[in-house]
Design a protein around this ligand. Structure first.
Ligand SMILES: Cc1ncc(COP(=O)(O)O)c(C=O)c1O
Length: 382
């Protein structure tokens, strides 16, 4: 596998800036830029190139499936993680007296919005986060209700980077007879995901965060033996067994999870996704994860030495790449940092330092050093 040092050289931004914002937007690899340009050029030169545009999206689906160890027909192409969750929330039916959906409160808000929109058909409950902004996985089992239909949580937390053991969660939920829905947007691209080993039922991820891609395309995994009992309510011609049957009166859903495809694929986004996933496949995910654990340790030490408040006080193995630093006026600090050429990501009251395989310990030191000044400035000007 390519070394982290060599990998970094393939991202033009590092010639002039330090990008540490992979929890929001990872850096642009030259191959992803070339892919987007290739789409535009084919449009300009050929006028229309439907076959190759479709092929790029289908190849992205295949590469995503391989990345999470799923079969290709267990993946739907959707436009966002919100779309993926909505596809499942609208197709599930209460069954065998089960209609309760439990959502971890620390999830990204869109997940709560989606499940709440399914009320009153379902009873939606939130599993409250503790003072550290997390849930202790061992608490789940005793609090999961007997009429559980689905448990929804994230793999890596968007705010503080806390990482959960998905296999353990799936075991607990399945013992209760429910399904597991995982929002993997913050873990995809930075840690290994194996949906078979982890035994999750549904999983959604997009390309923009640690995925080296852009928004506008996301993927939904749904286990084959569950999904054929689900009738899509968000649908369209691409979700049909034969989109070109052109039978306006009938619905004949595609086999397995492809039934959750809907309209024409977001093709330019598909080009970017194909290149980003090809790049991801060149990386060994356990090596990427170890690199990021090392950077997490550096971040924790630097934050402590700088006298800043670490909102991700977890051991490196209990977290993903993101480390959150408390900043009362985080969005202002983000702008001040950007003006210095350091790209970090504000969320509520924290600045997230979110390195990827292309980042170094020196990047973290430089960022925390600057952050120390910016947070001070921010506090005095707020
Ligand atoms: C964990 C997580 N889930 C979901 C979303 C929202 O995804 P989308 O805009 O694709 O619906 C985000 C966005 O930051 C996120 O971090």
């Amino acid at each position: 596998m390519t070394s982290a040092e060599h990998f970094r050289k393939e991202f033009p931004i590092f010639q002039s800036k330090i990008q540490l914002s992979s929890c929001s937007q990872s850096a642009m690899h030259f191959s992803v830029k070339n892919a987007v340009n290739a789409y535009l050029e084919s449009w300009e030169e050929k006028g229309m190139d439907w076959h190759n545009w479709m092929a790029a999206c289908e190849n992205a689906r295949k590469l995503f499936a391989r990345q999470i160890n799923a079969a290709v027909d267990e993946i739907a192409i959707v436009s966002s993680v919100s779309h993926a969750a909505s596809a499942i929330s609208t197709s599930l039916q209460p069954a065998d007296g089960r209609n309760r959906i439990v959502v971890t409160e620390f999830d990204f808000p869109t997940i709560g919005h989606v499940w709440r929109s399914a009320e009153p058909q379902f009873t939606v409950e939130f599993f409250e986060k503790n003072e550290q902004g997390i849930n202790d996985c061992s608490d789940y089992e005793q609090h999961l209700p007997d009429d559980l239909l689905l448990f929804s949580t994230s793999h890596v937390n968007f705010y503080n980077g806390y990482k959960q053991d998905l296999q353990r969660i799936s075991d607990m939920v399945h013992r209760k007879g429910g399904y597991v829905f995982i929002d993997a947007y913050q873990s995809f691209g930075q840690t290994p995901i194996d949906v078979k080993e982890m035994d999750v039922d549904f999983l959604a991820a997009g390309m923009q965060k640690y995925g080296f891609g852009i928004p506008g395309i996301a993927f939904l995994y749904a286990k084959k033996d569950i999904v054929e009992d689900l009738t899509p309510r968000i649908t369209g011609w691409f979700g049909q067994a034969n989109p070109f049957a052109f039978d306006i009166r009938g619905n004949d859903y595609a086999p397995a999870t492809k039934r959750f495809d809907s309209g024409t694929f977001p093709m330019i986004n598909g080009f970017a996704a194909e290149a980003a996933l090809t790049l991801m496949h060149q990386l060994d995910m356990p090596t990427v994860e170890r690199h990021l654990e090392k950077l997490s340790t550096v971040a924790a030490q630097e934050i402590e030495q700088a006298g800043l408040i670490n909102r991700s006080p977890f051991a490196a193995q209990e977290k993903g790449s993101t480390t959150a630093v408390y900043a009362e006026n985080a969005s202002e600090v983000e702008k001040l940092m950007a003006a210095k050429g350091i790209i970090v990501s504000a969320r509520n009251d924290v600045i997230r330092i979110a390195p990827h395989y292309y980042n170094t310990s020196e990047d973290i030191r430089t960022a925390v050093n600057e952050l120390k000044k910016s947070v001070k400035k921010g506090s005095t000007t707020s």
